[in-house]
Design a protein around this ligand. Structure first.
Ligand code: 4NP
Length: 157
């Protein structure tokens, strides 16, 4: 059965598109049957491509995210997805506030899946430079690897 995973940040143009791409790569590496998507809690960038600096960071790491388009998270996402991963604590609080009662998605903080990094945020690189986007890529790759490993073990169980 395909596991469906959604990554959510604020704008859906910096962190969550990178998380989506990193997770796709890790799922492919493990042969995990998974679908990934990303969204933002805000709607300011709806329909836009990822930030050029995020596209460049992905490209430096061998991945193209230029085709992705930003969208806002919706109530339906809480039924569509098995897991919704928040990039920081504000994103998680905003998701909890709009989660329909009884919906099936399991919410968590992305870095909670990395042993030793529980409670940490993937920092917002929006006001940073290329080096901040490289940190974002490292963070989301580490988390995507841990999450994909966990889901693969669940699939095998
Ligand atoms: P993201 O970064 O949440 O990682 O996509 C941001 C993108 C846009 C804004 C803030 C953060 N903004 O204020 O427009």
């Amino acid at each position: 059965m395909t596991v469906k995973v959604l990554f959510v940040c604020l704008g859906n143009i910096c962190r969550s598109p990178l998380a989506e791409a990193a997770f796709r790569a890790e799922a492919a590496r493990l042969g995990l049957d998974a679908d990934a998507d990303s969204a933002g809690t805000g709607d300011w960038h709806r329909g836009e491509a990822p930030d050029p600096r995020a596209i460049a960071a992905a490209r430096r790491n061998g991945t193209d995210i230029s085709h992705l388009r930003a969208r806002q998270v919706s109530a339906a996402d809480f039924e569509t997805f098995d897991h919704i991963l928040a990039l920081d604590a504000d994103n998680l609080a905003d998701l909890r506030a709009i989660q329909p009662a009884g919906s099936r998605a399991r919410l968590s903080l992305l870095l909670d899946h990395v042993p030793g990094r529980e409670g940490e945020a993937v920092a917002d690189p929006y006001y940073g430079d290329d080096s901040h986007f490289d940190v974002t890529w490292r963070d989301v790759t580490q988390a995507a690897r841990a999450l994909a490993d966990k889901l693969a073990r669940q699939e095998a169980a």
